[in-house]
Design a protein around this ligand. Structure first.
Ligand code: ZN
Length: 74
């Protein structure tokens, strides 16, 4: 889990009001997340591995490594 820093947005990140564009940490796809449209967050439309949630005060990005893994070595 990491959070966007409004004062230090990356080259492939943007954040304006209730909307944020983030870069998938898994595949590099840039996708839009809205606090209004995606109340429970949105997964990367390309790979689905990374997801982001916009709230009033922060943009949280969940990476695949954050998810609980049932099997480390399938
Ligand atoms: Zn992706």
């Amino acid at each position: 889990m990491r959070y966007l820093d409004k004062s230090a947005l990356g080259l492939h990140e943007d954040w304006y009001g209730n909307n944020a564009a983030i870069c998938c940490t898994s595949c590099g796809k840039v996708f839009l997340v809205s606090a209004v449209l995606h109340r429970k967050g949105r997964s990367c439309p390309a790979c689905g591995l990374c997801s982001a949630t916009v709230t009033k005060s922060q943009v949280a990005i969940t990476e695949p490594t954050d998810l609980p893994t049932t099997k480390a070595h399938p």
